[in-house]
Design a binder for this molecule. Structure first.
Ligand SMILES: C=CC1=C(C)c2cc3[nH]c(cc4nc(cc5[nH]c(cc1n2)c(C)c5CCC(=O)O)C(CCC(=O)O)=C4C)c(C)c3C=C
Ligand SMILES: [Fe+2]
Length: 397
């Protein structure tokens, strides 16, 4: 075993990134644009909001859902305190704890990220409706935090639903993201069990909107700045203030069917062009959509079944932060691949309204099935050294 503290690696980084690290104790890295990458390898864990929400998307995700197997509040509070301490270290590219000189005990860190930098690791924590029921604190469950309704065509599988806690680990290196989750789970084995998880990837190259597995640019209509803040952060004066609601959907994409579909139909499915990402009848990928546009024959330019039209006509906004996944081959010898759809919003109703608008009408339904689902309330950020994940909730008990 290399008794290597990951801090040594961080020290080797150039002065410019070290300066950035020291100068930013608050997670102010915001604004989702495709050009925000490669600024600093460290995203601060401490800040008004949890990182990993408005943080520009990293290349990899490891998302996990956990079940509580205790109803002892003190134990859960302690677990979040330990997770806070571990997360602070991990997101700085350090081991969860210093390695001991005693070689007769298991190493403090599982170690597979030794000698790797933080790679912009963010760790984002949320709790589901059942968390409150299990801990007998339903009086603190926000009215908005109820199980998502059944949507048309849902084919949710028991193995991808439920769970009490989620952890979203995102990083530019998959092993760094996995190492973080592995250590967080390892230290909490007496209070939680793993329910389901999914790893994923994106195709960021710093210049372009990433493409999903249908080859379409995905994330174009996301926005930045103040509008993003208004859409994402809970403003009510309760323990969730400055937190957010995370919706996760494991959406299987039938790539073999899609790959047999002609190019015009692929474009019609979304109402955008696959090569450029430009919406029908518009000039630039980032043009504001005008759904009333007509063609030269006076017919609406957007097919009524197009994904973008159905989503946009709600007039509602969510922050989409999704990742593609490819998890081997299914029982029918087809790719088990798709989109780990993740959205953040200050009210789950926004997602519900958009999903209902897509409903049975969305042409994309021919090529996808929703098989996993979850809704989690993500805590506000931790603001000082004494703070810990979930403190506002535990203080309210
Ligand atoms: C209920 C929310 C949504 C789900 C679920 C969803 C799944 C899903 N989407 C794509 C691909 C694209 N989506 C695009 C735009 C878009 N999608 C949603 C919502 C959901 N998508 C919204 C709100 C929007 C923006 C609409 C607007 O106002 O313009 C696009 C177009 C490019 C973009 O803006 O990102 C693509 C492509 C897939 C493949 C998928 C599930 C597998
Ligand atoms: Fe979409």
């Amino acid at each position: 075993m290399k008794n290597l503290n990951r801090r040594h690696f961080v020290k080797q980084l150039g002065m410019s990134s070290a300066g950035l690290m020291l100068g930013s104790s608050i997670n102010s890295v915001e604004a989702k644009t495709p050009c925000d990458h490669n600024t600093t390898p460290i995203i601060p864990f401490v800040g008004t909001h949890q990182a990993g929400i408005t943080t520009p998307g990293q290349k990899h995700i490891y998302f996990i859902v956990l079940d509580l197997h205790t109803d002892k509040l003190e134990d859960i509070k302690q677990m979040f305190k330990v997770w806070t301490s571990y997360s602070k270290n991990l997101t700085q590219g350090k081991n969860v704890k210093e390695y001991s000189k005693n070689h007769f005990i298991p190493p403090a860190d599982t170690g597979e990220a030794d000698s790797l930098s933080a790679h912009k690791l963010t760790l984002t924590f949320g709790v589901s409706p059942s968390f409150f029921t299990k801990l007998n604190i339903n009086h603190l469950k926000p009215a908005e935090l109820t199980d998502l309704p059944h949507f048309p065509r849902d084919q949710l599988k028991p193995e991808y639903i439920g769970g009490d806690i989620c952890i979203q680990a995102c990083a530019d290196d998959p092993q760094v993201a996995f190492n973080a989750v592995r250590n967080l789970v390892r230290v909490a084995r007496s209070t939680i069990t793993m329910k389901w998880s999914q790893s994923g990837f994106t195709s960021y190259d710093d210049l372009q909107t990433p493409r999903n597995l249908f080859a379409f640019k995905d994330g174009t209509a996301n926005f930045s700045g103040q509008k993003l803040d208004e859409v994402v952060w809970v403003q009510q004066d309760n323990w969730l203030k400055n937190g957010s609601y995370l919706v996760v959907r494991r959406i299987k994409m039938f790539l073999e069917t899609w790959d047999r579909t002609n190019a015009a139909e692929q474009n019609n499915t979304f109402g955008r062009y696959r090569d450029s990402g430009i919406a029908f009848g518009h000039k630039d990928e980032f043009d504001t959509l005008d759904l009333k546009k007509m063609d030269e024959k006076g017919k609406p330019i957007f097919p009524n079944t197009s994904h973008v039209k159905l989503a946009h006509q709600t007039g509602l906004n969510i922050l989409r932060r999704s990742y593609s996944y490819a998890s081997g081959i299914d029982d029918h010898a087809q790719f088990d691949a798709g989109l780990l759809f993740i959205s953040f919003q200050n009210d789950p109703k926004t997602f519900i309204t958009i999903q209902n608008s897509l409903g049975n009408t969305d042409k994309m339904n021919e090529y996808v099935t929703h098989i996993g689902s979850g809704l989690f309330a993500c805590f506000p950020g931790i603001v000082d050294e004494q703070d810990y994940l979930g403190r506002s909730l535990f203080d309210a008990i």
